[in-house]
Design a protein around this ligand. Structure first.
Ligand code: GRF
Length: 202
């Protein structure tokens, strides 16, 4: 069982998907702690419900990013975390944190990267007028939303779609893609060569 730490900032539906994925043994891993930088994040309740250890580490309490990250690392290390999953964690991580977990931090993003980086990706896709968007699970490197891509799932944009309906459809794909990528990582089936990720499924 690989030891997974999840970082969140909000409602935590992706966290919930991961909890289900580990509980059903789809993912050969265990979520050993959930850390939020936001005290009111609903994901914390979800973790508690699943008897997972939680920690709230508000970034506002720290004068610099590195001190905040040091505290997160301290907590993750207490739980011997091997894989860090960013599941709606809305803060950029510095190279200090990223270099601490080489090839062991993954993020879920609601667009087909490299399109529509940053926030409100679903709105960006609608405003740009693309006909297909989706979600991406990728390794985290020192640039925002740009590490090697593990999985992408497409979602068609219909003329009738609003930001809300589109976000809902993408979210469903996010949950599946995140479970899948986490499973592959835990099974050691991911190989990275430069930017390319090769999945070693038999
Ligand atoms: C998701 O759309 C995720 O891709 C983005 O933030 C949202 C988090 O949703 N990074 P939730 O907290 O997992 O419900």
């Amino acid at each position: 069982m690989r030891r997974i730490g999840v970082l969140i900032s909000g409602r935590g539906t992706n966290l919930q998907a991961l909890i289900a994925g580990t509980q059903s043994n789809q993912i050969p891993g265990k979520i050993v702690c959930v850390v939020s930088n936001k005290p009111q994040a609903f994901g914390i309740q979800r973790a508690k419900q699943a008897n997972i250890s939680t920690e709230i580490i508000p970034h506002k309490n720290y004068s610099c990013r590195q001190d905040h990250e040091k505290e997160i690392i301290r907590v993750l290390e207490t739980h011997s975390v091997e894989l860090v999953v960013l599941a709606g964690y809305m803060r950029l991580l510095t190279p200090f944190f990223i270099n601490h977990y080489p090839s062991a931090i993954i993020n879920i993003h609601p667009s087909l990267l490299p399109s529509f980086k940053g926030v409100h990706s679903q709105r960006q896709a609608l405003e740009y007028g693309v006909k297909i968007t989706g979600c991406t699970v990728h390794f985290v490197d020192t640039e925002m939303d740009q590490g090697p891509i593990i999985i992408q799932r497409p979602v068609k944009i219909l003329d009738s779609d609003t930001e809300e309906t589109l976000s809902e459809k993408i979210l469903k794909q996010e949950h599946e893609a995140l479970i899948e990528a986490t499973r592959l990582w835990c099974q050691n089936k991911i190989q990275i060569t430069d930017r390319r990720v090769i999945i070693m499924e038999e």
